[in-house]
Design a protein around this ligand. Structure first.
Ligand SMILES: Nc1ncnc2c1ncn2[C@@H]1O[C@H](COP(=O)(O)OP(=O)(O)OP(=O)(O)O)[C@@H](O)[C@H]1O
Ligand SMILES: [Mg+2]
Length: 175
């Protein structure tokens, strides 16, 4: 079983993928770790996608894995299931505020979530609609259960998420 878990930063991919891989008893591939090990992360944290795709070519020979990372939506990895984790922008904002991101990065990430960036990117890159899971009101364990169930039942669809309504408030001039 080849499972991809992607989504905007802070949506819970690492935590959820770790538990899911344990539960399924299959290898966990952390894309960020592969990028670091292959010295593909630049000074401003940018990653060379072409070289990262090359470094992940070993996945072609694997039958079972859970691969997680937001960059999974930028390159076509072998996959039976592509999941995009989604989080309500207000909740995501609180989570990301705890990270020491450079100015502008928080806003960029929130905007990506409001605009369905990962979902639409996956649709283009993988040539099919990914399965979205809104984890905003779920515990990590509940999210893992939902993903495991979707895999078992070979679901083609989970949640249908649209956070574009948050854009108006976000774009409102302050002061
Ligand atoms: N229900 C939930 N599901 C997932 N994560 C949650 C949940 N509630 C809180 N969190 C918190 O969200 C934060 C982000 O989790 P995690 O590091 O797994 O995200 P990520 O998607 O892997 O982020 P990144 O793309 O930056 O690696 C963690 O601090 C985690 O504790
Ligand atoms: Mg992570």
């Amino acid at each position: 079983m080849r499972v991809i878990i992607t989504g905007s930063p802070g949506t819970g991919k690492s935590l959820i993928a770790k538990q899911l891989s344990r539960q399924l008893g299959i290898q966990l591939v952390q894309i960020r770790k592969v990028a670091i090990e292959n010295l593909l992360v630049g000074k401003s944290h940018e990653v060379d996608i072409r070289r990262l795709a090359h470094a992940l070519a070993f996945l072609k020979n694997r039958k079972d894995f859970v691969a997680e990372g937001h960059l999974a939506c930028e390159m076509k990895l072998p996959a039976d299931f592509v999941f995009v984790l989604r989080t309500n922008p207000d909740t995501l904002k609180k989570r990301l505020a705890k990270r020491k991101y450079p100015k502008g990065k928080l806003g960029e990430n929130l905007m990506a979530e409001m605009l369905d960036y990962c979902t639409q990117r996956c649709e283009n890159v993988y040539g099919r609609k990914p399965l979205e899971l809104d984890t905003s009101r779920l515990t990590v364990a509940a999210s893992v259960r939902k993903l495991a169930m979707a895999i078992k039942q070979k679901k083609k669809r989970l949640d249908s998420v649209d956070y574009s309504g948050y854009l108006r408030a976000y774009l409102r001039p302050s002061g």
